[in-house]
Structure formats: structure tokens, C-alpha cells
Design a protein around this ligand. Structure first.
Ligand SMILES: Nc1nc2c(ncn2[C@@H]2O[C@H](COP(=O)(O)OP(=O)(O)OP(=O)(O)O)[C@@H](O)[C@H]2O)c(=O)[nH]1
Ligand SMILES: [Mg+2]
Length: 209
């Protein structure tokens, strides 16, 4: 049997930005980090890794296709991943969708390639990890899981990403910390609060050579 492998043309990218940003107090996608919005940082990092790009949100200030939730009521990150799968399933030749979170501007430049390389079968999901913790919104998902995910969201009470993953064959990929002029940066450092934004600003400076 031929070995399973994925290339960039098989993979669409979706930035997850459909949450309420309650801890930040305003839409995280349009929050400025240095000279650019968080959404712009994340789009720049994801675009070279995938064949097409879109953002899961109700609307976006940047010039990028918007994919709203298809399940109403802000049902959590899995609703965004469901919208991402459904969007990608309609793109000819695409079999998988890579998701990243809008509040995480320093994720690895080789995220999608390394997630793709770990997959052994078309039905597997790949998820990123760092420092012994998994980051399940950073995943590579078969678009064929959309129907299963939709019925799971309709019936699962808590709708935790980790609980959905328990139903499936999942591979985890550990990513190293990133050296900076200050100390080692966890590439999945994410921005939830105004204080996190101040810390991200320091990391941005420390990454400048
Ligand atoms: N589509 C969709 N995405 C969501 C939903 N809730 C969270 N997300 C996304 O899931 C990711 C992780 O969520 P959080 O870090 O909690 O972000 P958030 O929910 O906007 O922020 P808080 O309101 O402070 O919890 C982010 O990319 C969010 O945009 C939702 O109900 N629908
Ligand atoms: Mg939240």
C-alpha cells in the first residue's frame, strides 16, 4: 500500500477568531501588536503554509474571506473548527484543514508541515504541543469529520476540544521553545488579557535581531 502523505495543495488554512474576547474586553483579532493587528500577524504566518486562507469570525477588518459559525450560539472553539472543516470541504482537492488561533502570533513557521508529516492515515487528526501541554486548537483535521463534529456539538454538554479528540485517532507533535534575545519563547504563547498583550509586546522586541 502506498504511504499516506499530504502536500500543501491538500490543506486549507483557517484562523479561529470567533470567540467573545471577554478577558481582553475587545475583539482580539483587531488588537494591535507592534505595527499590525493580531489577525494580520497570524495571517502572515499561516498563509505560506497552506493553499488558501480564511478567518472564522462574524466579520474581519483585514481583507480575507470570512467563514462564520454554522452552529449558532457561540458553542465554543469546536464550532469554529466545524465552520473551518465545512468551508475547506467545499474547496476542490482539499482534504484537510489547518486551524490556528488568532491570539497566538508566534506559532511555528513549520507548524502545518510538521503536523502533516506525522499523519499516517487519512482519518487521523494531528495536534500541536509544547512544554508537555497540547494545544488542540492548533490542529490538522480531515474535512470528512465535519458531520461527526456537528452531531457531537449537538449532543455533548461541555463541548471541550479534548473530549472530541478522545473519539478519534490523534497524533500529537511536540514543538521546541524558540530562542530569543531574552529567554526561550513558547511558540504557543497566547494572548487572553491586556497584561498578556504587554508581555507579547516584550516578546516581539526580543525576537527582533
Ligand atoms: N467560532 C467560535 N470560536 C470560538 C468560540 N469560543 C472561542 N473560540 C475561539 O477559540 C479560540 C480559543 O478561545 P479563547 O482563547 O477562550 O478566546 P475567546 O473565547 O475569544 O476569549 P474569552 O472570551 O476571553 O474566553 C480562539 O481562537 C477563539 O476565537 C466560539 O464560540 N465560536
Ligand atoms: Mg473563551
Amino acid at each position: 500500500m502506498a504511504e499516506f502523505s499530504l502536500t500543501k495543495s491538500d490543506i486549507a488554512g483557517v484562523v479561529l477568531a470567533g470567540g467573545r474576547s471577554q478577558r481582553m474586553g475587545r475583539d482580539k483579532a483587531s488588537v494591535m501588536l507592534g505595527a499590525e493587528s493580531l489577525l494580520r500577524h497570524v495571517l502572515s504566518r499561516l498563509s505560506p503554509q497552506v493553499s488558501s486562507i480564511a478567518v472564522n469570525a462574524d466579520a474581519a477588518e483585514e481583507d480575507v474571506p470570512v467563514v462564520p459559525d454554522r452552529i449558532s450560539g457561540k458553542a465554543g472553539p469546536m464550532a469554529g473548527i466545524h465552520a473551518a472543516m465545512t468551508h475547506a470541504a467545499a474547496i476542490p482537492s482539499v482534504t484537510h484543514v489547518a486551524t490556528v488561533s488568532v491570539d497566538c502570533p508566534f506559532f511555528p513557521a513549520d507548524l502545518v508541515a510538521r503536523l502533516a508529516a506525522t499523519l499516517e492515515r487519512p482519518s487521523q487528526i494531528a495536534i500541536a504541543a509544547s512544554e508537555g501541554r497540547s494545544h488542540p486548537v492548533f490542529g490538522l483535521w480531515p474535512v470528512t469529520l465535519a458531520a461527526d463534529l456537528e452531531s457531537w456539538i449537538a449532543t455533548d454538554e461541555k463541548r471541550r476540544v479534548r473530549d472530541f479528540l478522545l473519539r478519534h485517532d490523534v497524533k500529537e507533535v511536540a514543538f521546541p521553545l524558540h530562542p530569543t534575545r531574552a529567554s526561550l519563547l513558547d511558540p504557543f504563547f497566547n494572548i487572553n488579557t491586556p497584561d498578556d498583550l504587554v508581555e507579547a509586546q516584550r516578546w516581539l522586541e526580543a525576537l527582533r535581531t
